[in-house]
Design a protein around this ligand. Structure first.
Ligand SMILES: Nc1ncnc2c1ncn2[C@@H]1O[C@H](COP(=O)(O)OP(=O)(O)OP(=O)(O)O)[C@@H](O)[C@H]1O
Length: 304
């Protein structure tokens, strides 16, 4: 069982601060590192895998600093975001080369075992250049697993992977976590993180913006001002009734039909909307959130 502890860690490149005073603990099981592009996820993963040194603060594995610590490297497997540039090698050759680099006693057996875990034994004799995106991800995962690490770090592993392969990868990560490995993966998609991770850490603009299980993060993201379009069978009456609600901060009739509603208290609004409609004899035909993009959620978290 391995634990990564990040304590007030920062990393800057010239005057760009990629990671800014982050403290978090990554324990066995699956953790999702959620944040928009450029949030510093790749840099934080590089700090955790010992690829870059913190400019300030510490990053430790079971109490030992990771940077320049060979034993830590033997415990960590990294699946980087970048594409494999070894298209001319077969999957098997690539995984075997990694097994040899680790100086394993029986690299051949280790490579076969890792290929089997990711279900790539059959296509392993083909060149990587002929693989689909999902297959390339699985080969990267096999090479990260070849030395049986207790920590597995994956940078955007689901990017560009088709839905079937995505489900396969998700169940693999869940299994790794259930086996007691410390698994952390980054993503900019909340739904993706929710499906796999027990613990979610949110990063925005280099900072640690939130931490919790998916229920807590979901609540945090929904307890924020939200915009809706509500369409009823009498929009003017609906607008009049809604503006009297304390959970509503603004209403506007839309030219195309329906009412734009700004809501300050999402929970109260969802309870009150059907009650208000019933009281005024209005039928609600449609209710659509209009600013559910993750960017607006992140903007709220940073501001808040
Ligand atoms: N080697 C580097 N030299 C200079 N700036 C860098 C370097 N690596 C990262 N940065 C900068 O640090 C910030 C965080 O980048 P990082 O790649 O860690 O974010 P990210 O959350 O992984 O984003 P993405 O998902 O787009 O890769 C960005 O502003 C980036 O331009």
């Amino acid at each position: 069982m391995s634990v990564i502890t990040i304590d007030q860690a920062s990393r800057w490149y010239g005057n760009v601060v990629a990671v800014n005073g982050i403290s978090m603990t990554v324990r066995p099981g699956v953790t999702g590192l959620l944040g928009p592009n450029g949030a510093g996820k790749t840099t934080l993963i590089a700090l955790m895998s010992g690829f870059v040194a913190p400019s300030a603060g510490t990053v430790t594995l079971d109490g030992e600093p990771i940077w320049r610590h060979t034993d830590a490297y033997r415990t960590i497997g990294l699946v980087p975001e970048r594409e494999l540039s070894f298209g001319y090698l077969t999957g098997r050759q690539f995984v075997l080369a990694n097994a040899e680099l680790h100086g394993l006693a029986d690299p051949g057996a280790a490579a076969e075992r890792a290929l089997e875990v990711v279900e790539m034994t059959e296509p392993a004799g083909r060149r990587i250049g002929t693989y689909s995106k999902g297959m390339r991800q699985r080969v990267k995962l096999a090479s990260a697993l070849v030395h049986d690490p207790s920590v597995l770090l994956l940078d955007e592993p689901f990017n560009g992977v088709d839905p079937r392969q995505r489900l396969h990868l998700m169940s693999l990560l869940r299994r790794m976590g259930a086996e007691g490995r410390t698994v952390l993966f980054s993503s900019h998609i909340l739904e993706e993180v929710e499906q796999v991770a027990r613990q979610i850490e949110v990063m925005v603009s280099g900072r640690h913006a939130a931490s919790g299980d998916f229920g807590q993060i979901r609540r945090l993201m929904t307890d924020r001002p939200v915009q809706y379009v509500v369409v009823g069978d009498d929009d003017r009456a609906l607008a009049g009734a809604l503006i009297a609600e304390p959970s509503v901060v603004a209403v506007a009739l839309r030219r195309a039909g329906g009412v734009d509603v700004s809501v300050s208290d999402f929970g109260a609004f969802t309870v009150r909307l059907p009650q208000v409609a019933r009281q005024h004899g209005i039928r609600i035909l449609e209710l659509t959130p209009t600013d559910e993009s993750l960017e607006s959620v992140f903007a709220y978290l940073v501001g808040g």
